[in-house]
Structures are given as C-alpha cells and as structure tokens.
Design a protein around this ligand. Structure first.
Ligand SMILES: NC(=O)c1ccc[n+]([C@@H]2O[C@H](COP(=O)([O-])OP(=O)(O)OC[C@H]3O[C@@H](n4cnc5c(N)ncnc54)[C@H](OP(=O)(O)O)[C@@H]3O)[C@@H](O)[C@H]2O)c1
Length: 245
C-alpha cells in the first residue's frame, strides 16, 4: 500500500460535501491539501473543520474551475506552499436539471463548463507539476449519471459521460509516465448538491439515510490512492446498498 504521508494534493470544490470529506480523509492520512471553491465563506468554514483533522496541512484558495488561469494559480499555490503536486481530485461539479426544451443555454453552459471543461482545466494545469515529481494520481469524481441517463438530466448526464471518456483517454495518455488516472461514479450522496436542502428533510436528515455518505466516497478515493502500483482500478461505481424503492 502507498503511504499518503507528506503527499501534496489539490481537491477542487473542497469547501463542502464530497470534496470536504475527501480533503478531511487526506489530511487525516498526512497529506497536505489545497482546497478550492468560489465561495469564501464556505472555504473559511472548511478550513476550521480541516485544521487539526490530522497531521496534514491545509491551504484554501478561491478559484473557479471554469477559468484555466485559476487552475494554473492553484497548482502554483500547491508548489509554493507545499513544494509540488502529487494528487489531483477533480471534484467540483454542479447540476441543473430540466428537460432540454426548457433548459436555458446558460444552464447548459454552466454544467458543461464546470463538470467537463473544469476537469480539463485542472488536469492540464496539474500534469506538468506531476511530471516534475516523476508521477502522480488524478481522481475524477464523475457520477452513475454518466452511465445511466435519465429524463431531465441531459446536461448533467452528458457532462459526466463526457468526463468518463475524458478520464479513459487521459489514463492512456499518462500511464507510462507514472501518472495514474481513475474516476469514481457515485450514485446519490447525502450532500447539499444541486440545491438539495440541508434543512429538515434535506441532506443529513433521516430522509437521506439510504444515500451514500460523503465519507464513504472519500474512503473509496483513499483506497484508490493507496492501491499497489502494479495495477489500476480505473473506474469505480459506488451505489447505495439499498436505494429507496
Ligand atoms: N451529491 C450527489 O448525489 C452526487 C452523486 C454523484 C456524483 N456527485 C458529484 O460529486 C461532486 C461533488 O458533489 P457534492 O454533492 O459534494 O456537491 P456540493 O455539496 O454542491 O459541493 C460542490 C463543491 O464544488 C464547488 N464548486 C462548484 N462549482 C465550482 C466552480 N466553478 N469552481 C470551483 N468550485 C466549484 C462548490 O463550492 P462553490 O459553489 O463555493 O464554488 C462546492 O465546494 C460533483 O462533481 C458531483 O457531480 C454528486
């Protein structure tokens, strides 16, 4: 098993939900983590949560994955603060759910720009830094929606199906350079994603008991990162054990 002690990681969208859970697990295992998001308030709150969560150190950065320059700045911050980059978790993502006829071009662009182009921006910025370290690991957070399309999910499902194809192409580009690429496809996770309320009846409530916990996605990511180098679990599907009937 690979140790994560003193590895340097970036988690995009690390201020809440799945990204925050992944950052917490990395810090617990001794990795130094840069988390990014757009909202300053949630980033500050995440920092308080992560400080003292483990031996790893934490940096927060306001950065938008849809802007290539912000991702270059994030990789530079990891190098400046922690000396390089070993791990990239592309987790930032948004959902807009409407049938195509009712969906605005702006909604479509926001979903594709964040979930697909945002991952391209982050990977493109990270790869040279990983090459300088002699290798690395990229984990893209996709969704079961990338394999199982549903009515009202055209933009989201297309973005995640695109992300799956992107991940597989990138995996083949980088495998001989010691940079490993995997993608994780969770089903429903108990977070505030896409306006899901954190109030009673929303994320964290008993109504959410059947959903995957964010910490369980983090557990899968940590297992991937620690997987022996000789083989690569390149795609993981993670389902609620007993989805609501
Ligand atoms: N929840 C689910 O049921 C589920 C299931 C399968 C897959 N996923 C995937 O898991 C990932 C995380 O979802 P989640 O449920 O944890 O969502 P969440 O609770 O809404 O958190 C999303 C995170 O991404 C950040 N973010 C959004 N747009 C961004 C942008 N343009 N640039 C930088 N950061 C951005 C958010 O912060 P700011 O808004 O402040 O930027 C926040 O930190 C997404 O890719 C999602 O598609 C979720």
């Amino acid at each position: 098993m690979e140790s994560l002690q003193d590895k340097v990681a970036i988690v995009t969208g690390g201020s809440r939900g799945i990204g925050l859970a992944i950052a917490r697990a990395l810090v617990r295992d001794g990795a130094h983590v840069v988390i990014t998001a757009r909202g300053a308030g949630a980033l500050a709150e995440a920092r308080r949560d992560l400080d003292g969560a483990g031996p790893g150190r934490v940096e927060t950065l306001g950065a938008d994955v849809t802007r290539a320059g912000d991702m270059a700045r994030t990789v530079a911050a990891a190098a400046e603060r922690f000396g390089g980059l070993d791990i990239l978790i592309t987790n930032a993502g948004v959902g807009a759910f409407a049938e195509v006829e009712a969906m605005t071009p702006e909604q479509w662009s926001t979903v594709i720009d964040t979930n697909l182009t945002g991952v391209f921006n982050a990977c493109r910025a990270a790869i040279p830094a990983m090459r300088r370290r002699g290798g690395g690991f990229i984990v893209n957070i996709s969704s079961l929606a990338g394999a199982n399309a549903f009515k009202g999910g055209a933009a989201y499902c297309a973005s995640k199906a695109g992300l799956n194809a992107f991940s597989e192409a990138l995996m083949q580009e980088l495998r001989y350079d010691g940079i490993r690429v995997s993608y994780v496809m969770p089903g429903s996770v108990a977070t505030g994603f896409a306006g899901h309320s954190a109030a009673p009846g929303g994320a964290g409530s008993r109504d959410d008991d059947w959903k995957i916990a964010p910490d369980e996605v983090a557990e899968v990511v940590i297992h991937l990162l620690k997987h022996p180098r000789r083989s690569l679990p390149s795609r993981v599907e993670l389902r609620p054990s007993k989805p609501r009937r």
